[in-house]
Design a binder for this molecule. Structure first.
Ligand code: ACM
Length: 551
């Protein structure tokens, strides 16, 4: 009897387990899982990749996923960078490990390839339902590919707080590489000084859009921002103020080296600029022997065509520090060799801090320098830069000197100078001030910025092409694009972000993606989808009414 009861109970138990299992199985097959995002080609990636082939399935990142790298030690750092981007919001605590061959299902795999089409910065992202594989010829390509991968995940992946998954992305293959080698932004840390943390944040934000050059404008009339050990008064005195009379500041060489390392880890080359022979008052105030004379400062940004005006004060006497925003009124002194000793010392110390190939010598708006002196200056700067093993970059006015294919010219507003530079076989960087100066206000209601070149709304910033912008200057003459941010009117990181975003992603796309088929009406939808991403990254961006922002 007891045995009978036991058997009946067991039967009921087995039966009920079977029933529960049955219901579960039914549930799994009949109730639909949430619709996965299955079309990789519909993702809103900026810059637009060269090719996307969707395969209609989904990869899911889970608590079991890790990052495996195959290749040199450097790849581990890139893997860690990715883990640091994905871990805070997913709370998956992904680890980075070396591997030989593809890891098992559910993981991320970073590896090197030999794929000539991908070049130095290209990558192939191959997402299947069991592996997320990123391959590139060079570590830089892996880094660029990671930016694409970040943009394929939901926007909340960028938040620093724990978020609810699932972390599901569509499968397919993205093959991608840049059109132009120079995709830069310039930050003017001279007129208003921005500290190391601000510059690092800027580096992080621009790297999200595959920018690969950060041009730092390190000196101007208002301030000298990089420590030069052989001329200490440059920063002690010359770095002590800024536009409006604030306290200014400067980077010690150690801080600057830290910035360089930070940007290197993001595959961004820093191009340091010391603006010579004009825009130099902060040095003339620090060392009177460099003073070649100043003329009456006139407010306004373009002071080039003015005839020489009266010299103020005595040459060789230190000038007063300057906190206004006039341009083109100070000059180095050409007659004395001490000036060239100064330039040699500055460029030597700067070159030693610069792993990248370029030194920028300014050369713009030297309206207080006589033309023949200007040519002497630029020719000598060219030799000094070359002697330091670097490539000289200068603003378009340097086309008046003996430049050649070893020199890079940065166009900003004179087509004539840019054309002359091309005739002299110099390669061109393109930041036309009417299109790519991100210190220009968006419209007449914008509180920040100037508008001497133009008002530049987000659509106008996007609607132009590098290779057709200046007559006679084609793709073969152009190294790439740059978006300079001069800092007359900006004082905080929020200000920087407001003027740079959302124009900067457009410049990044102009430099990276093919011109063929580029259209504002298509781009603005992708940009609108980046609103939540920029919000997640806490970017203070301008919510232009031209863009259909998604919430
Ligand atoms: C410049 O805007 N003076 C290069």
């Amino acid at each position: 009897m007891f045995q009978q009861l036991l058997l009946t109970m067991l039967h009921i138990k087995i039966y009920s387990i079977g029933w529960i299992l049955g219901v579960l199985l039914l549930g799994l097959t009949s109730c639909k899982p949430p619709v996965p995002p299955t079309d990789l080609s519909k993702e809103n990636i900026i810059p637009q990749p060269i090719s996307i082939t969707a395969t209609g399935n989904a990869f899911v990142l889970t608590d079991d996923s890790d990052i495996f790298v195959e290749g040199p030690e450097e790849l581990k750092q890139i893997g860690q960078y990715l883990a640091d981007k994905l871990n805070p919001s997913t709370r998956f605590d992904m680890k980075v490990a070396s591997t030989t061959g593809a890891p098992k299902s559910g993981n991320i795999y970073l590896t090197l390839s030999a794929d000539p089409q991908l070049g130095e910065e290209g990558y192939e992202l191959n997402i299947t339902n069991n592996l997320l594989k990123l391959a590139a010829n060079k570590p830089a390509g892996l880094f660029r590919g990671i930016q694409t991968l970040r943009q394929v995940f939901p926007a909340k992946i960028e938040l620093s707080t724990a978020q609810q998954g699932p972390w599901k992305i569509p499968t397919g293959v993205i093959r991608d590489y840049p059109s132009y080698a120079w995709r830069g932004s310039m930050l003017d840390v001279a007129r208003h000084f921005f500290g190391v943390e601000d510059v690092k944040r800027y580096i992080d934000l621009i790297s999200y859009y595959k920018i690969n050059i950060l041009h730092l404008h390190l000196s101007d009339d208002q301030g000298w921002r990089i420590e030069i050990k052989s001329w200490p008064n440059l920063t002690k005195h010359g770095g002590s103020t800024q536009v409006g009379g604030g306290k200014g500041g400067f980077y010690t060489q150690e801080q600057y080296a830290d910035l360089v390392a930070y940007s290197q880890a993001r595959y961004i080359t820093i191009v340091p600029e010391i603006d010579l022979p004009g825009h130099i008052n902060s040095a003339l105030a620090s060392y009177g022997e460099l003073n070649g004379g100043t003329i009456v400062p006139e407010e306004g940004r373009v002071a080039l065509s003015k005839p020489s005006r009266d010299i103020l004060g005595a040459k060789t006497k230190p000038t007063e520090l300057y906190t206004g925003i006039a341009v083109g009124w100070s000059t180095l002194r050409v007659e004395k060799e001490v000036t060239f000793k100064f330039v040699e010392d500055v460029l030597r110390e700067l070159a030693a801090l610069t792993p990248g190939p370029y030194l920028h010598i300014g050369g713009d708006e030297a309206a207080a320098t006589k033309k023949k002196d200007y040519i002497t200056f630029i020719n000598r700067f060219k030799d000094i830069v070359k002697a330091n093993g670097k490539i000289m970059v200068g603003w378009e006015e340097i086309a008046q000197a003996d430049i050649n294919s070893e020199v890079v010219t940065q166009y900003w507003h004179s087509q004539k100078y840019a054309q002359t530079a091309v005739e002299k076989e110099s390669k061109i960087i393109m930041p036309p001030s009417t299109k790519a100066y991100i210190d220009m206000s968006y419209d007449s209601t914008t509180k920040l910025g100037l508008h001497w070149a133009a008002y530049i709304e987000v659509d106008s910033a996007y609607r132009w092409n590098l290779a057709t912008h200046v007559k006679g200057i084609g793709r073969e003459n152009i190294l790439g694009i740059e978006a300079p941010l001069w800092s007359e009117t900006i004082t905080t990181m929020d200000d920087i972000e407001f003027l740079a975003f959302p124009r900067l992603p457009g410049y990044a796309e102009i430099g990276w993606s093919p011109e063929n088929g580029r259209a504002w009406d298509e781009y603005k939808v992708r940009l609108g989808n980046h609103g939540p991403r920029l919000t997640a990254m806490e970017v203070n961006f301008y919510r232009s009414s031209k863009v259909p922002w998604i919430k």
